[in-house]
Design a protein around this ligand. Structure first.
Ligand SMILES: [Zn+2]
Length: 191
């Protein structure tokens, strides 16, 4: 396969999910700041009032903490199917609750998979359209994605952005966390 061409000049880069982010919260036992989801959700009923917590564990001392999801909510105010999923410790719900936490550390939660490992962007004469698709809402610096995707160091990426061989819908030092498209390669014929 040619290193300079690609079928239809389109490429898909996938940001694959490797795991859940760490929840940044100070442990009351040891003072450590990173927790992981235990995979469990606790539902307590007091009459018609429900409390729902996400259970998290300190990554150093393993102490379990509770993060409130619903506090003293009337049972009729919760969607029944959702309540069942809470009670079943549904992994998709656990993931959703973790992603909804305010302070997260996304280190090590993703990898970039591309379908063009040999594209030589500095030599390419044709324009390439790249769709970056996110499997998880990890905020990732765009220049870091480009660096991994094209296997170039950061200064080389910056040079390509500055001279127009990479055309982005946002600044290179912005963080993306959802699908976007960009163009690479020749500046010839760009509309
Ligand atoms: Zn701890």
């Amino acid at each position: 396969m040619s290193s300079l061409r690609h079928a239809e000049n389109k490429s898909l880069w996938a940001v694959r999910e490797l795991g859940l982010p760490a929840i940044v919260k100070t442990c009351v036992s040891c003072g450590h700041s990173r927790h992981h989801a235990t995979g469990k959700i606790r539902v307590n009923a007091n009459g018609k009032q429900l409390d729902v917590w996400l259970l998290i564990g300190c990554e150093r001392c393993d102490r379990t903490s509770k993060v409130p999801v619903h506090e003293r909510v009337h049972v009729s105010a919760l969607d029944h199917d959702r309540l069942v999923r809470f009670e079943d410790n549904d992994p998709a719900i656990v993931r959703e609750l973790v992603h909804a936490q305010r302070k997260l550390d996304w280190t090590g939660t993703w990898e970039l998979e591309t379908d063009l490992p040999f594209y030589e962007i500095e030599k390419a004469t044709e324009r390439l359209e790249v769709l970056v698709r996110f499997e998880l809402p990890a905020p990732i610096r765009v220049e870091q994605l480009l660096s991994r995707g094209f296997n170039l160091n950061r200064p080389a990426v910056k040079r390509l952005v500055d001279n127009g061989r990479i055309s982005l819908p946002m600044p290179a030092d912005a963080r993306a966390r959802a699908d976007f498209e960009f163009y690479a390669g020749s500046t010839y014929g760009r509309s």
